[in-house]
Design a protein around this ligand. Sequence first.
Ligand code: ZN
Length: 325
Amino acid sequence: MVKAAEGCPHPAWTPLYDAVPDYEHRASRAASFVQCPRCELIRQEPLPSADTLRDDYDAEYPADYRAHVASDDPSLFARAVARLKEVQAGLLLAKIRRFLPDHGAPILELGCGAGHFLRRLRAAGFSDLHGVDRNAELGPALRKDGIAFTSCDLDRGLPLERRYHTIVLNYLIEHLADPEAVLRECAEHLVPGGQLLILTPNSASVAHRVWKRFWSGLHAPRHTFLHSPASFRSAARALGFERIDITFPTDPGSWALSAQNFVEGHRTRAAAPRYGTKPYALGLLPFVYPLALAESAAGRGSSMLARLVARGAGGASKPARDAIV
Ligand SMILES: [Zn+2]
């Protein structure tokens, strides 16, 4: 089922989707995608520059995308979307709790957004927390809650000054102009035996097979690279990680959002969904949940959670051990 990525990187990119519009926020830039038939890695073609990606966020998108949900919006729908983010942060913590160190170990989240996940860690007793996000407006509230914060554009280098036990990249790498450069930088800022925990869409998922250009993982024009388990293993091995585990968390949100993209993509005149989400998509969640459960049980979930573990303190170079998939 999992394709071998032996011999990649990518001798022949093949056209996949032409001019996919922004179904969620109605930005003007459409994105085309190509795919490597050998390892199933997808990338935008042409690959947008860091400047284009920055302009996409700064000029093209409503403020509600950057801050996720405006905290001063009292509407029931805004509160429901914000609550969903909190629930997602809680689910993420439940998924990765067994990988986390003792409460004093330093943990970094890149692309921390409004800090839902870091606040969950704080509430669970973790004390040495650091968030990085390009949106400087998020800093004061996080610092007030005892969480260190650095504002930077990850496509222009990562100003890390110390090492971490765990670095979390929660749906981040698919947004980057050069994800491998950021992963390399992360690898260099882990303590011996430290780990990267990475959530990202899975290009080899059942949801992608079903929804094709409407698959939420494409998130045109913001997503640059969409990995498969095979392509991600190949990239992680090249970075020298000792151990690579990939699992598939249940992701009903991907199915609901893909269905929303399908519906909105067939409407001729429709307003951009507020916060990128239509209320009916939230209502779909219970109905698509069994589909999401089934695809993740089959090892072909819409999202994958990769755990990349660096060499331990002894520097022993054990052979890379792949697990689960
Ligand atoms: Zn490839």
